[in-house]
Design a protein around this ligand. Structure first.
Ligand SMILES: [Fe+2]
Ligand SMILES: [Fe+2]
Length: 390
């Protein structure tokens, strides 16, 4: 196929282009930050699942937008501060008082405004001189349209005319991201019963790592309870990672990308269990009670301890249990259920790495000191890995 010789379009100046990317950066950064804050409080599983997926999409989009800003404004990717009109929109998003109100603003107004601006941009840019922007914006536009179709209200529409052209203040201090109140309990679908002790059917033997003591659930009834408990545990993991990101906007951007990826992985895992229950086991989400004692024992700690206790201990030890469970289930001929553990195990590796990567970062880059800290904390855990004292 031959290259065309169509005349070049005028397109945008490099500076105008960079301003547009700065506006996209601010909208997406605010949405990732706030969706992370609200995800644990959104009650419906489907909403949590979609939010987790969109948070990950948007975090990756931000990385690409930052990269394009760096290319256009070499050697800086500093996006500047949002101007007055964009600040007003972001402040309204940050001021939402319930997950429903936040979703209406994010999916009913902010994302539609972003989509409209991307369409203006794609319609005006020169596809040859600015081909890198064309590629990037085409991808972002496709995902944003998908997000609004999935979670947007029926009347979703942009109330702004070309958000991309709004002024950016390069001299103002960076925008401060507001942090929501600390969580009480995370929310669950209204048909899920929450009790102080969770499902009494789940025994400690399911969660110990000793090969002689660990019990792999093989009977149908115990598998039902086990996978139900696992689905809730995956949701708790997503909620912890989302809150790690939300409550620590001062962390480097890569931390937020890692947390976003893990949040998405954990809601995907929850979905897998949510499918296995009715298709393989004859039960469904909501059939048994759930409890938040373990979640609380991790959430009440600071970021370093959350990483040490959850990623570097709980998830690290779960790797052995997943591979043990897989082996036993394959021997019993439950191939579909066994395959799930194969993928859970593969996804767990980067989750464990998140603990070392960011735990060491919090200890001035000293990985050895972090590992020693983890060993020390582990001595205060019971045989299932739950903290015995807070
Ligand atoms: Fe998981
Ligand atoms: Fe995990």
């Amino acid at each position: 196929m031959t290259l065309t010789h169509e005349p070049l379009r005028r397109g945008y100046d490099v500076d105008e282009n960079a301003i547009r990317f700065s506006n996209y950066f601010h909208v997406l950064r605010e949405i990732v930050h706030l969706s992370n804050g609200w995800l644990p409080l959104a009650p419906g599983f489907e909403t949590k699942y979609r939010l987790g997926d969109h948070i990950h999409d948007d975090a990756r989009a931000i990385s690409k937008v930052k990269r394009r800003l760096y290319e256009l404004r070499h050697p800086s990717d500093y996006p500047g501060a949002p101007g007055a009109e964009l600040t007003a929109l972001l402040d309204r998003l940050a001021g939402a008082e319930s997950p429903q109100q936040y979703m209406e603003l994010a999916y009913g107004e902010a994302k539609p405004a972003l989509i409209e601006a991307l369409e203006v941009h794609l319609g005006a840019l020169d596809p040859v001189t600015d081909e890198p922007s064309l590629r990037l914006l085409t991808q972002v536009h496709e995902r944003q349209a998908h997000h609004v179709a999935e979670l947007g209200p029926d009347d979703a529409q942009s109330r702004h005319s070309d958000l991309g052209s709004l002024a950016i203040d390069l001299k103002a201090p960076p925008r401060r991201l507001a942090i929501l109140e600390p969580l009480g309990d995370p929310a669950r679908d209204e048909f899920v019963e929450v009790t102080p002790d969770g499902d009494p059917f789940l025994s400690a033997e399911l969660y110990v790592n000793d090969p002689d003591e660990n019990h792999v659930p093989v009977e149908r009834e115990e598998q039902r309870h086990f996978f139900h408990g696992l689905m809730d545990a995956e949701l708790c993991a997503a909620e912890l990672m989302a809150r790690n990101s939300h409550e620590h906007p001062e962390m480097p951007w890569d931390f937020h990308v890692d947390m976003a990826r893990q949040t998405w992985d954990e809601v995907r895992h929850a979905r897998v269990h949510g499918i296995l229950m009715p298709t393989e086991l004859g039960c469904r989400w909501g059939d048994y009670p759930v409890g938040f004692a373990y979640f609380r024992s991790i959430y009440e700690r600071d970021l370093l301890d959350r990483l040490a206790l959850f990623n570097s201990t709980s998830e690290q030890k779960a790797m052995w249990r997943h591979s043990h469970r897989r082996k036993v289930l394959v021997e019993r001929g439950q191939e579909t259920v066994a395959k799930v553990f194969d993928y859970l195990l593969a996804d767990e590796v980067p989750h464990v790495h998140n603990g070392v990567r960011w735990g060491a970062y919090l200890m001035e880059g000293d990985e050895k000191a972090y590992r020693a800290y983890v060993r020390d904390l582990r001595s205060g855990l019971d045989r299932t890995g739950a903290p015995t004292s807070a």
